[in-house]
Design a protein around this ligand. Structure first.
Ligand code: NAG
Ligand code: NAG
Ligand code: NAG
Ligand code: NAG
Length: 385
């Protein structure tokens, strides 16, 4: 009212009212500024809070937002958080860091929880696993297993979410046959599998392998064995002792030199021994190069020196060398019949827990993709699943 009068009245009056208005507006603009700053402050606090919450819920593996909002800022450590397997096999550790982490072993032998003992099936492959449908059928209805795949780093798998192979790829590097990089890949598989405390036995397989029995039979055979199935033989001749290099002394004496199949099964203790080794590794890396094939000598020799009494000294994986040459026979569609599986099951007598047995092999190789059809068709009859 007054300012309106002022604007219509004399200059004097107008001037007076202007100063009055200014003095009235000055605290108002400061208040406005304060108000805006308060708003800004609240805004910043809120955005920081929500950034923290997003990170927190990502770390918690996507707990519903409502739940995480009411969680306290600190999380109580529980036993569960130590024994739960990693939710994703992807990690940013390099081999040095991964092997260190994998070599951590509890010193109290009795577990304060009911530990389920699983078999880790470790697939060392180049790319796809053509016999995957057979393995899917093998694993179906069972729980005491976990799967790990090491493939060429360039390979992008496309297993559907319903597959047992989905998301089971570990961070991989190139591995060359007969070279130390092959043993590196095998140690990488063991180290990744060791991160799950439930894994008690570790089996190395290739994309050309098949199981010869059903899961329960294989689990029983391995879990009841007193020994680990690492092939280890003291072989005279050029392909055995002939590959030994005297520079390996004193770590490896020629009497301790062993040869065995690359495809092994070891228990958790031996898996840790392999991953943590820094005594034999440098010797093999330097002195076992083609025509010394390190994947046939390193683990068999090392474990024979360290833990001879834990080894069965034979492999569980059947393979046919009878045709001669540098590589074993590959079997396709036409080979899958009664005689073939009879031949495998009657091929030898071996020792199981110090008793003779004819059940010597749980796996077989090498199978071409074309074998998949007849194998699936007759899996109940030939393989028991
Ligand atoms: C892994 O990273 C650590 C730390 O950066 C480094 O000391 C080590 O040499 C690396 N190991 C490999 C195998 O690259
Ligand atoms: C483990 O399982 C057994 C029987 O299944 C039960 O009696 C025991 O209390 C369980 N122990 C723990 C630590 O959960
Ligand atoms: C290897 O071991 C045998 C018996 O254990 C021993 O007689 C021989 O001297 C050793 N050789 C070397 C090169 O150390
Ligand atoms: C395996 O061979 C080692 C010697 O190389 C021996 O001490 C051990 O008893 C053998 N294992 C079995 C089950 O015979």
């Amino acid at each position: 009212m007054k300012s309106r009068v002022g604007s219509q009245g004399s200059l004097e009056e107008g001037k007076d009212s202007v100063t009055k208005v200014v003095t009235q507006y000055k605290p108002l603009s400061i208040r406005l500024l304060q108000f805006l700053l308060l708003f800004l402050g609240i805004g910043i606090v809120f955005s920081l809070l929500s950034m923290y919450m997003v990170r927190y819920s990502v770390m918690q593996n996507v707990i519903p937002m409502v739940q995480s909002r009411f969680q306290p800022c600190f999380q109580q450590l529980s036993l569960e958080s130590w024994i739960r397997p990693p939710s994703s096999l992807l990690h940013s550790m390099n081999d040095t860091q991964l092997f260190w982490r994998a070599s951590i072993v509890p010193q109290i032998k009795e577990y304060p929880f009911n530990r389920t003992r699983k078999i880790a099936f470790m697939f060392l492959t180049r790319g796809p696993i053509p016999l995957a449908p057979l393995w899917e059928r093998f694993f179906k209805g069972n729980e005491l297993y976990s799967i790990y795949i090491h493939s060429l780093p360039s390979y992008r798998p496309d297993f559907p979410p319903s597959s047992v192979f989905h998301g089971r790829q570990i961070p991989s590097q190139e591995a060359k046959w007969g070279r130390m990089s092959m043993c590196d890949a095998e140690r990488r598989l063991l180290a990744n599998a060791l991160l799950d405390i439930s894994n008690e036995w570790f089996i190395l397989l290739s994309e050309a392998c098949i199981p010869l029995h059903n899961f329960k039979a294989i689990y029983h055979y391995i879990s009841k064995s007193r020994y680990s199935f690492m092939g280890a033989a003291d072989e005279p001749g050029p392909f055995g002792r002939g590959r030994y290099n005297p520079n390996m002394v004193p770590e490896v004496n020629i009497t301790e030199w062993r040869k065995g199949s690359q495809w092994f099964e070891v228990n958790r203790k031996l898996a840790v021994d392999i991953v943590k080794d820094d005594v034999y590794y440098p010797k093999f890396e330097q002195f076992c190069r083609p025509p010394c094939y390190v994947d046939e000598h390193y683990f068999p020799t090392m474990l024979t020196i360290e833990s001879p009494r834990l080894l069965a000294n034979r492999t569980l994986t059947w393979v046919d060398w009878s045709r001669g040459g540098a590589h074993p026979a590959t079997f396709g569609k036409a080979d899958i019949n009664d005689q073939f599986f009879k031949r495998i099951s009657e091929s030898s007598i071996c020792v199981y827990n110090n008793q003779p047995t004819s059940l010597c092999y749980l796996f077989a190789r090498k199978f071409a993709p074309s074998a998949l059809g007849p194998l699936l068709e007759h899996s109940t009859k030939f393989l028991g699943f």
